[in-house]
Design a binder for this molecule. Structure first.
Ligand code: GNR
Ligand code: NI
Length: 181
């Protein structure tokens, strides 16, 4: 297993549509395991392959609490086959938009079809935070971030701040000694 670097916005890889994997082979399984390690270390409750720079339709999730045994979910080529008419709002965060949060309204319940780590096709019904998180991850695979669901004013405010901190991190840091004497 290896932990992978997480890409933060703005970055063109977060805006690209990822390609279907078709079949789950050893390479896809390795990617799933590396993504889980990356997600647990972050820490986060979900991760999409775009966020580690891989444009393949693979997501991982784990919504177990710290005092529970882990319940990792590995999904390739996930598809929403049904969404509820009822909506729900959740305060969302994203490892690719660090330290920014906003309420996003999405269908309250879903049915997702996907390939698991053995290549078997499965379906999972979800509501609550799991439904939100699965939709957030599938959005990543389509090049969509949670800020694309909020007002342009809030979106631009968040993206401007992220760009600013990225630029600040690129500049050579002043050492303490620069200020001496
Ligand atoms: O860790 C995460 N928490 C979260 C909280 C509310 C709604 C969605 C999420 S997903 C996020 C990790 C992430 O960025 N996944 O793409
Ligand atoms: Ni995210």
């Amino acid at each position: 297993m290896s932990k992978l670097p997480i890409i933060t916005a703005p970055d063109p890889r977060l805006k690209k549509r990822a390609a279907p994997v078709g079949t789950v082979d050893a390479e896809v399984r390795q990617l799933m395991d590396d993504m889980l390690e990356t997600m647990y270390a972050a820490p986060g409750i979900g991760l999409a392959a775009n966020q580690v720079g891989v444009l393949q339709r693979v997501i991982v999730l784990d919504l177990s609490r710290d005092d529970e045994p882990p319940r990792p979910l590995r999904m390739a080529d996930p598809e929403l086959v049904w969404v509820a008419e009822e909506d729900a709002g959740y305060e969302e965060g994203c490892l690719s938009l660090p330290e920014h949060y906003a309420e996003v309204v999405r269908p309250a319940a879903i049915l997702v079809r996907y390939l698991d780590e053995t290549g078997a096709q499965r379906e999972l019904e979800a509501d609550g935070l799991l439904a939100t998180c699965i939709q957030h991850e599938i959005d990543h695979l389509d090049g969509v971030l949670f800020v694309d669901h909020i007002s342009a004013l809030k979106r631009n405010m968040i993206l401007r701040k992220l760009l600013k901190s990225k630029k600040a991190a690129e500049l050579p840091a002043y050492s303490e000694t620069s200020f001496a004497a």
